[in-house]
Design a protein. Sequence first.
Length: 395
Amino acid sequence: MGFFSIFLRFLNAPFLALSRLLRGASLQTVEKSSAGRIAKNAGGEGRFEDEGAAVADGRSLFFKRLARPTLVERTAADLTIEEAKEYAAEALKFYTYPFPLFAPADFFYEEVEQGYVDHVLGRNEGSADANFLDIMDRFRRELNGNTARLFLVYAPALLVLTIGAPIALPAAFSPLLGEKFALAVPGAEGFAIAGLALAAGLFLLMLLYHWPYKVTQQQNLLGLDNYVTSKFSRINQNFQVAKRRAMNVERNMRMHQAAELKEEAGVWTINYQWFAMRLLFCEMTVRNKLYQIRRNTTLYGVAGAALSVAIALALAYAGEATGLAGAGEILILSALFIAAAYLVIMAHATRETLSVLQPKEWNRFHLVDLHETVRDHVGEDKLQIVTFRDRNRLE
């Protein structure tokens, strides 16, 4: 088995090198476009839309390719007090939501968690994050769909091709073997035909995995990474702007505007806290979807291997019944194909595709320092109150 594994890695090497080359080129392109757009919009000019969003979803010969999502997120620099009040009203869905202590038992837990996030972010009410939640759902569904096709359709189909070839080839190209399975015929010729069929089947699977599947999945995830980077950056910018407005709202107010000052200070304070919480809930959504992708890939692998075993047993029974092939030889060839396909070639499908995501470059909740902002805000206000009080006493 050790020699067999080394041999497969040797065959795998050219495809690994090619996929890394393509991934590097795609990553560089997306990173440049992302950095340019974020820098361009750092000042907060109007609504942000991804220039790449005009590219529609497409499909390669075998797998679905997703267009880069559109980011629609207002910038706090352009928010009027009326729009800030709308954000504050959205925050009430979170602050006043009676968190259910007894979750339904007939769903996967990630659905329960996502249901809570959907509610507090106002998914069904056209909130600022409704588009984000729909995009994350679509990416999870299509990424899982591509993986399901690879594990449950294409790999078993190649197994059938691998088993069928040694049955058809001897009768077509070697009259000495007759209409029998290659390994059932003594001699090097039958063994060579079966070995070539196995090598050809695994070669086609490696080509399918490293070329259309992995490249398509990584391109999809690069677009998602670009979108999440921009989304989180914009929310962080809005948090910083709302924080500054909350801490400095009194500078342009006078005593006769006390009621207006109180209202605006409260609205901007709720806004910066809500921007931070939105960032947290968006992160929870990303974690939720990536968890489902990882888990489902494992389930697809187990189901695909089980399906392949069932196909192998059916082919062995049919071959034995028709006299075209021996059941033992079919099972041996099938076992070699299944082990190589699911334990070597496609063993790291999730890790290799998700490796293009760059969460270290995202502006995440734990980096906005909400606790420090609250402490500085309250501390500064209390300091000004004491300073004003003592100054009046001295006068």
